[in-house]
Design a protein around this ligand. Sequence first.
Ligand SMILES: [Ca+2]
Length: 319
Amino acid sequence: MPVPLIIDTDTAQDDCVALLAGLLDPRADLRAITMVAGNVGFEAQVRNAFMTLNAAGRLGEVPIHLGCTRPLVRPWVSAEDVHGDGAGGLDMDFDGCEPEREHAVDALVRLAAERPGELSIVAIGPLTNIAMAAVRDPEFAANVGRLYIMGGSNNGRGNITAAAEFNFYVDPEAAKAVFAAGFDITVVPWAPLTLDQAVFDQTALDEIAALGTPLAEFFTRVCAATLEFDRSVGIDGTTHPDSLTAALLLHPDLVRRSARYNVDVETGSELTRGYAAMSWGVHGLPDNATVVEDVDAAGFHAYIKALLATPTQPARPFR
Ligand SMILES: [Ca+2]
């Protein structure tokens, strides 16, 4: 049976690839896309989500709900230096592309309550919407089946600062609240997991480009800006933590090793704002999350390649 899920996203680059997994993988039943402030300007993120629906040939088929346009207590911090507009300058005709009227937080609460314990959430942006939903409905955490989070580093390096990964850095209060809320959480960390196992080097990118499908072309365009940035910081290729998170929910057999941890997020410090303290069971703290430690990297690469080989018919031409 397909997995009913929502993807909560700050849509830019690899978020688009994660959405493609939700839209095209037969194991996925994507019920909604919820948008949260993160990577790039909110309007650009919404456009990127509509363009991803179009690339998948599914424009108009999955509702997009607009969520929180800023973190809980802090001003928004962008990653536009990393992502540009988040889609490599890709554009299309957006006439008639309307998001839903219902707020993303209301949609999350409603859809989880409709099927208690069945709906999964893949959260690949700052956790503002998820924290808000947990405050809005005290039953929300219990109603959500599984919550897969891309964020933090497992006692490894950050990306926006030495200590912090971007999603937790942008809204550390939300991340802290989510880990305390009682969800069934699986964490896909930035380091070391993503850096070791979810980077597509030039050879992999060339193989994808050679697929010649509309999706391969979309992927190549969308990843271009991040590739440039990643190279400038010494990463040999594009990083795919968000699509890895979606892939692991849909294909748990790709997980080679995971363990229970106590995860908490730093909110008081300026130096280590958003740092994820992942305690591995020897500090007397109750575990609250499963942290993925090792995956079948070749299997993940093959999965993305097969996804991008899918023939699709975008209703609107890209320019
Ligand atoms: Ca993201």
